[in-house]
Ligand binder design. Structure first.
Ligand code: PHE
Length: 616
């Protein structure tokens, strides 16, 4: 059980203690301290943030919450922290002090409301960025000034605020009211402003009302037998919770994004605001989400895309939740939360029959279909049209016309499936003898040339089949084949087209290189490499050792070359007048290289496991 020091001494800013438990959860370290000065979110008061220093490590506390009788601190960590370690904790005091002032301001306003009105029962309160207290009953607007005057009078008298731990019996005897649900995981405590009746409270308070400073009542909103008194205090020392010295890390932004998501969900679930209001608060230019998204610019580029993806997901999830939103007027719910309780639906213990049903899952195109569309679009912009050629084809198109007669050893590279000829056997000689499942898209080269239209700018994307199935091969896969045939085509054109593709597909900072290679149907032949997006061609990412993605700085795209004269001849084109280039690459491979995804077993692509497919 964590000893809750913040309850006994709200002014404690640093503390030496021990770690009871430390557990990694992804990039976040969950720490349970023996003694705790960090306030765990609840009762309308936001969580504290801060730091924990160990012997050779430092953790930033991003969020604190109560779990069982323990406080769990969600931290980002440099170094190591283990159970048993001695540590020094420091609270982000600006944030905490502001929250304490807001919290005590709430109690002061409550007393002011009680003295100016009658017949109101407190329901709940929030001491976050838009603080309020909510009552059952109503208050007319003309009470705004009297409440504000009374509250500021209590502040001006600088009355002591004290706290005391109590048993349930003592609490029911002393307290001005008992909230319908008392927390069962925190000690019971009452807080008293001198001269007023004690109020049940589990938060942190300033020690006298004078520390709150001037209070403004910013709104009195009556709705459905409930009224909300909204207020503000002077916050000139307002500190941005994310702006601690030394900048913010990728992991911290991610944790804060998740925090923003869960508080957005709670706000939406509370059905207290109109959809427009929610949209502005949660997604508008001044929303915490937008603020965090802006911060992505300040972190290293290599992390930014990862964080960007999370930010987008969070945004999407909020948008989606809002799209099924029911206006508060349509809901007739019994609010039963207390000023000191977290506000989740389960805590309130009701079932809401008007809650929108969960929307049916919406599918999307398979990753390979997405890649095909993208590749087609890129080449279309430079005049290449997508064409289709047979995926079950004559051996002649797949091999012989490509300068690989029947017994040629180069054929072995394509572990080909042969198909039995349906019906009457074809003649044993000539073009149309044996049939294959196309082992590459190069069968489209001569077929395209045979159409008789020149020049040719084709992109042939099709299924290919090879007798291979292991972690890096699936027996069916896709290739895209580019072919350009015209007068005076040179390697410079080949390089230009490939560069255009690589930069459109992978990003404008990418380079390509050509390595000499051999294919029977191109001369000269090359293998094309593209510079690695993680280490940028260096083989060593910034601050790291050998690049885990490419190891050498370059990733292999696939084969290319200048069309062999024999191939042109096979299609009846005069190689003295025309020439061209061709390239043929695997769609799956090319796409995986883009996302930097390393798949241990490529066969998962076609395994139809929805958990995998949904990620793309
Ligand atoms: N067809 C070749 C392969 O499957 C690739 C290639 C296509 C090479 C076009 C050069 C020109 O490996």
């Amino acid at each position: 059980m964590t000893d809750l020091i913040y309850l006994k001494d709200s002014y404690r800013k640093t503390l030496k203690t021990k770690i009871l438990k430390a557990e990694r959860k992804g990039d976040v370290l969950l720490v349970v301290p023996k003694d705790c000065i960090f306030y765990p979110q609840g009762g309308g008061q936001p969580s504290d943030t801060g730091r924990i220093k160990g012997k050779s490590s430092e953790a930033r506390v991003l969020h604190a919450r109560m779990s069982g009788g323990n406080v769990v601190l969600e931290c980002s960590l440099t170094g190591t922290l283990n159970a048993g370690d001695a540590v020094e904790c420091t609270v982000n005091w600006d944030r905490r002090f502001r929250n304490m002032r807001r919290h005590t301001a709430g109690h002061v306003i409550h007393e002011a409301v009680m003295s100016v009105t009658a017949g109101l029962t407190p329901l709940r309160a929030d001491h976050g960025d838009n603080p309020f207290i909510e009552y059952a009953g109503s208050i007319t607007r003309d009470k705004t000034d009297p409440i504000e005057v009374k509250a500021n009078e209590i502040v001006a008298r600088d009355l002591p605020v004290t706290a005391e731990f109590v048993s349930f019996d003592q609490l029911s005897e002393k307290a001005a009211f008992i909230p319908p649900h008392l927390p069962n995981n925190k000690p019971l405590r009452i807080v008293t402003i001198e001269g007023y009746r004690p109020v049940p409270d589990g938060g942190t308070q300033v020690s006298s009302t004078g520390e709150v400073g001037p209070i403004r009542i910013t709104g009195i909103e009556n709705r459905d037998d409930k009224v909300r008194v909204e207020y503000a205090i002077n916050e000139e020392s307002k500190t941005d919770t994310t702006q601690e010295e030394g900048g913010i890390s990728a992991q911290e932004i991610i944790s804060l994004l998740l925090e923003v998501q869960s508080s957005a969900f709670s706000l939406i679930d509370s059905h207290e605001r109109s959809a427009d209001d929610l949209r502005i608060r949660l997604l508008g230019s001044k929303s915490p989400l937008t603020g965090l998204t802006r911060k992505i610019r300040s972190i290293p580029k290599s992390d930014a895309s990862r964080v960007g993806i999370v930010a987008n997901e969070v945004k999407k999830s909020i948008e989606q939740k809002l799209s099924g939103y029911i206006r508060p007027e349509l809901l007739n719910r019994e609010a039963a939360a207390s000023p000191d309780l977290p506000d989740s639906d389960t805590d309130r213990g009701y079932f809401d029959p008007t809650e929108p049903g969960s929307s049916p899952p919406v599918g999307h195109l398979h990753i390979v279909s997405q890649a095909i569309t993208e590749i087609t679009d890129i080449f279309a912009r430079i005049g290449f049209s997508r064409v289709r050629h047979p995926e079950v084809d004559w051996d002649w198109y797949a091999f012989e016309s490509l300068n690989m007669p029947l017994s040629h050893p180069a054929r072995d590279e394509w572990e080909t499936f042969f198909i039995e000829y349906p019906g009457t056997r074809p003649p044993e000689k000539g073009k149309f003898t044996r049939i294959v499942l196309t082992p590459h898209t190069s069968n489209g080269q001569v077929r395209e040339m045979e159409k008789g239209e020149l020049p040719i700018r084709m992109i042939n994307i099709a299924k290919c089949y090879r007798r291979q199935s292991d972690v890096s091969h699936t027996p069916m896969f896709h290739q895209f084949e580019g072919l350009y045939v015209d007068r005076g085509v040179s390697i410079a054109h080949l390089k230009g087209v490939i560069m255009y593709f690589a930069r459109s597909f992978y990003g404008s900072d990418r380079e390509i290189r050509l390595r000499p290679f051999h294919f029977q149907f191109t001369e000269p032949s090359f293998e094309i490499d593209v510079s690695c997006g993680i280490c940028h061609g260096k083989g060593v990412p910034p601050g790291g050792s050998v690049c885990r993605l490419c190891k050498s700085g370059w990733l292999e795209l696939g084969g290319a070359g200048m069309v062999h004269p024999n191939v042109l001849k096979a299609a009846g084109i005069d190689p003295k007048i025309y020439n061209g280039f061709a390239f043929g690459w695997g769609v799956e491979r090319t796409y995986m290289m883009k996302s930097g995804t390393k798949i241990d077993d490529l066969r998962i692509l076609y395994g139809n496991d929805i958990r995998f497919l949904e990620q793309f």
